[in-house]
Design a protein around this ligand. Structure first.
Ligand SMILES: Cc1ncc(COP(=O)(O)O)c(C=O)c1O
Length: 414
């Protein structure tokens, strides 16, 4: 029999195996200073495109003041305990009412973390007789929720409606014999490629199949739709989304999340969702801070307008300069390049050290071997000059990549 620690020491996982060479630079980098387009990385100011601070709220003066005032008034300890036992407050309930109104659902439950909320809600909503149908490129929190499911699940090819229909047909047949129901789970905006889930077409499938639709709109809340109420609003099908999830970790620049649905469904979640019944509720400054952010999202539509102005300039400019940005139709902007992992490492090092641009890089095993994605997240507080500078820098680095220069260089040491 193996010792557990020996086994772990021998296999650190697909990313962990590079930890020694990458820690502190490519992985676990430290970005210092206010969360904004200009942050300090290893002692130098860099132009930063790596934060999901879509609306620029992280450093908005009203947000900073509301957070500071709430921390001074309440501290971080209260309320103590889970909502059901001793952790409820008027502020928590007010935020739930205001979020319900914003996303046009009857009721809302606040959750401590987005990830945990999705896992736990999936676990709570279905039993072993039910069947889950879900998109193949779903976020880890959906996949982990599905892993907890004791019944059957069918996965459909990413955003492929014909395959979705096929899987719904299989799921419906099975649910009829098991006496269960069907839950379809997908995303509003897929965070890696930036493409929207085909929600309207999925909602239309309700004419043919009986199922409930659960949408993770982590990247869509605040960024999509006329009022920022998300991808359902954007596609004109919010009513067809039965259960809507949003996180506070992106546009809201906070922590926590929420799930909105019909009143009785939310009440069921309140009394049955294990991650909320058995865990401490959101601290008061987070709740008061979220109320302020929601107020600003509603009062200042120019934040979203500016996000989209920067997004369009970046995406159009990249395309014009000959870059491949895939199928994005959201602010998430992946720039696809071809190269090995050592080339990617040298390229990112060059970008950071010589052009002072900080963005995230995605390589194998997250994407196929030979593919490099530089992931750009435009925000409302970037400028058009930032966009032009970055496209120009990207043109220079891709020239070096194509001429094999990064292959010849010794692997970046830092
Ligand atoms: C699609 C999606 N769902 C859920 C989450 C988890 O949200 P949180 O960071 O609030 O736990 C994320 C965050 O990365 C996400 O991108």
């Amino acid at each position: 029999m193996k010792d557990l620690f020996d086994k772990i020491k021998a296999n650190r996982g697909p990313i962990g195996m590079h930890a020694k060479a990458s820690h502190g630079y490519f992985t676990f980098p430290k970005l210092e200073g206010d969360a904004s387009p200009r942050m300090i990385f290893r002692g130098k100011e860099r132009l930063n495109w790596s934060l999901n601070n879509y609306l620029g709220l992280a450093n908005h003066p009203e947000v900073r003041k509301a957070d500071a005032d709430a921390a001074a008034q309440f501290g971080l300890a209260v309320p103590m305990g889970a909502r059901m036992m001793s952790g409820n407050s008027d502020y928590h309930e007010q935020l739930e009412r205001e979020l319900s109104d914003f996303v046009k659902k009857e009721d809302t439950i606040l959750c401590n973390f987005g990830y945990q909320a999705m896992v736990s809600a999936i676990d709570c909503l279905v039993d072993r007789h039910d069947v889950i149908v879900y998109d193949a490129e779903s976020h880890a929190c959906i996949l982990d929720g599905v892993r907890l499911h004791m019944g059957k699940r069918y996965v459909f090819k990413h955003n492929n409606i014909a395959d979705c229909e096929k899987q719904l047909e299989r799921a419906s047949k099975l649910a009829e014999t098991s006496g269960g129901s069907v839950l379809l789970i997908t995303e509003g905006v897929f965070g890696m490629r930036g493409d929207q889930g085909r929600l309207k077409e999925i909602v239309d499938l309700k004419k043919k199949f009986k199922f409930r639709l659960f949408v993770d709109d982590a990247h869509g809340i605040g960024t999509m739709g006329k009022t920022g109420a998300g991808t359902g609003e954007e596609q004109g099908c919010q009513d067809g989304i039965d259960i809507y999830f949003g996180t506070f970790a992106k546009s809201f620049a906070l922590i926590g999340g929420f799930i909105s649905s019909e009143e009785q469904i939310v009440e069921y979640l309140r009394y049955n969702m294990r991650s909320q019944i058995f865990a401490k509720s959101l601290p008061m400054p987070c709740v008061v801070g979220a109320l302020k952010r929601l107020e600003l999202i509603r009062r200042l539509p120019e934040l979203k307008d500016n996000l989209w102005k920067i997004t369009r300039a970046m995406q159009d400019g990249l395309k014009k300069a000959g870059f491949e940005i895939g199928v994005t139709n959201s602010p998430v902007t992946p720039v696809f390049m071809n190269g090995s992992i050592p080339e990617a490492t040298n390229l990112i090092y060059d970008l950071r050290e010589n052009f002072n641009i900080f963005c995230s890089m995605v390589v194998y095993p997250v994407v196929p071997k030979g593919m490099i994605i530089l992931r750009i997240i435009p925000t409302a507080v970037h400028t058009m000059e930032d966009v032009t500078y970055t496209i120009d820098a990207f043109s220079k680095i891709v020239g070096k990549l194509k001429s094999g220069q990064y292959m010849a260089e010794k692997i970046a040491s830092f």
